[in-house]
Every structure is written in C-alpha cells, then in structure tokens.
Design a protein around this ligand. Sequence first.
Ligand code: PLP
Length: 400
Amino acid sequence: TDRLAPRMARFSASPTVAATARANAARAAGRPVISLTTGEPDFDTPEPIVEAAIQAMRDGQTRYTAVDGTPRLKQAVIDKFARENGLSYGMDQVMVSTGAKQVIFNAILALIGAGDEVICPTPCWVSYPDMVKLAGGTPVEITCGPETGFKPTAQALAAALTPKTRAIMLNSPSNPTGAVLSADELRALGGVLKDRPDVIVICDDIYEHLTYPGTAFATLAAVCPELKDQVLTVNGVSKAYAMTGWRIGYGGGPAWLIRAMRVLQSQSTTNACSVAQAAAVAALDGGLGTVHARRDAFLARRDRLVACLAAMPGLQVRAPEGAFYLWVGIGDRIGTRLPDGTRIADEAAFVDALLDRHDLAVVGGAGFGASPYMRMTFAASDAELDAAMDRLSDFLASLT
Ligand code: PLP
C-alpha cells in the first residue's frame, strides 16, 4: 500500500457496497441469505425503454457522444426540469454523466479544494463525505436526529456555516432515512444563504418520484428562485425507472459550474454510454405511468414492513416519507446477549449476528454517520420481505 497515492488514505470503500459483498460471499458459500442492503429497485427496466436502447444500437448510436450528453437527451432533461420541477435551464446549464454519482463527483471535484468545507446533514448517503475528502476538503456534519425527523433545520445550518463553507449537500427524499424536505423547510434553509452567494447547494433529487401520500416533493432551486444560480439540481433515471445498471444521471445549474464539470468529465470518462443515453430519452419522455404504479407497490411494502417492525419490541421505526429504505433505531438491543452468551456490544455486532445467525443482511448506520441504527431496503420482493421479517423477529426473540 505504500505504493498508493496519499489520497487513498483519506477515504474508504462504500460501506453499502461492502455490506452487499459480505452478503454475496455468504450466499456463494451456500447460505440462503436475504440481502436488504442495496438501493436498487427489484423491478425490471420498462420494456419501451429497453426497446429504445435496442433501436439505438441498430441505428448506429454506438459512438462517442458530446461530453455533456447527446443534444436529444439534454433536451429531454431540460423538458423534464421544466415539466416536473418548474425549472428553466438552457443547453449550457445541463449535463449528463455516468449516474447521478458522477454528476455529484464532478461537482465536488470542480468546487472543493484543500481546506474547503462542505456541510453534510447527517445521516447522509455514504458517498458525500468521502467524495469531499477525496477532493481534499472537509465534510462538516450537521447531526439530524429523530426530533427533527432526521432533517436539517435552518438554525443548525446557520450554525455550521463558516467562511470556509463552499457547498452544502441536500438529499430529499433522503437515503438512508426517507425524510422529505417540504417547500417551507427548503425555504427556511434557503433563507440562511441570503448573504452567502459563494456557497453552492448540491440538491440530490434522485428519489424525487418515490414520495408517499401526504408528502409533496419540492426542490430548492424552484422553491427559492433567487438562489437558482447557486444550486446544482441533480437527478437521474436509476431509481425512478429501475435503470441502476444503465448509469445515466444529469444535473442542472449555473453555466460556469456545468462548464467546469464538463471539462473534468472530458478528462475522465468522456461521455455516458451512448445507448444508455438513448434509453434515458425514452424514460424521461415516456411519462410517469409506470413510475407511479411502482411507487404504489413500494408504498404497500413500506406500510406492511413498518407495521411489522413496530410490533417488534426494542426497535424504533418511523414510516419514511420517501425513497425505499427503513431507518431503524436499534439502541435498545445493544447490550443484550446472544443465545451463546456473547454480548451485542455495538451496532456492528448486531448487524453481523443478524447475518451470521439468521442469514439476513442489512447495513449498519455507521456508514451513514449515525449509530446505532440499521438501514433496510424495501426494494425487494414481497416473499423476501416476509422472510426477512421472520428472520429479524426470530433474531430479536433470541436475544436476552
Ligand atoms: N444519490 C443517492 C442519495 C443515492 O442513494 C444514490 C444511489 O444509491 C445515488 C445518488 C446514485 O445514483 P446513480 O445510480 O444515478 O449514480
């Protein structure tokens, strides 16, 4: 490892990827593991989208595209932002990358240097703090607990701002908590930035279309038009259209930032996959019928699981307003004992025992910056979810 660059010591591999790998290893060893670790819809990509990709291949759309995306897809992105979010962007204010992840990566690398601070309301998606560290910056956590529904408040944001703050990460609906920021809450957060035109807000809206009844999705650039020039609105097709493997994400923001992100991408991956871009056009232009039907399926699973978990003693659970994760407090079970007398000393011991003894894989909260919690995805089949609840219940019943 002394042959690796110093930057490799600044960040670590994604804990969700690691948890999935552990589950897969146990499975490969012949164990009947159920994995509720990944953030991936269990549905297939809708057929018309697949057809559009096949057609694109036949039509010879198999070459490099413009770095920032095909004109066709950029137009579809512009239309999407206008139609669904009331946001108006020009062709030099949007770009397409290999997943929302690369959009965020490009933005952080373009904006953040040594000593710069990026505010991350926590718990947050595992990759934000590590990307900031990779860029040489410092992630600054705002701890968001159950008392605020795991959401950042304007006061907390104001207290975390320093002259070194260069960016703020906002993610609503949130991975891992499912919390959704209302328009009013966004307005309050935006108010804090009145005198800070130097701070960029990266709004990760990847779970936009997975919000449940009683909750309305809102995004900062639309709610606070006066801030639009300092907001990068990030979205993608992975979660809404069950297209995680196609790797298409996109962003809209000020032209100077998009230009810098384009230059960065031109020296790394060039363009996102041409065929996947054609598929993404079909997804964005194809209406939200399938998206809404699937959201309703997720809603039914959410409700079943929340009822199930609420009946298990010693777990703290609330119904997520969006996304497809359950964020479950396990504090009351820390310190209990396994049947062989071993003490469950911490969150990791709980998560490990659940996998080792009951073949159920979940992700510990530590990877998202908050313990003791576990994150369970409900993007899994009903049969798997039922079996998972049985296993969890057996595990809990075995603890003394
Ligand atoms: N942002 C959040 C909060 C996510 O949970 C994920 C995927 O897990 C992504 C972004 C990345 O999405 P994409 O597949 O578009 O790279």
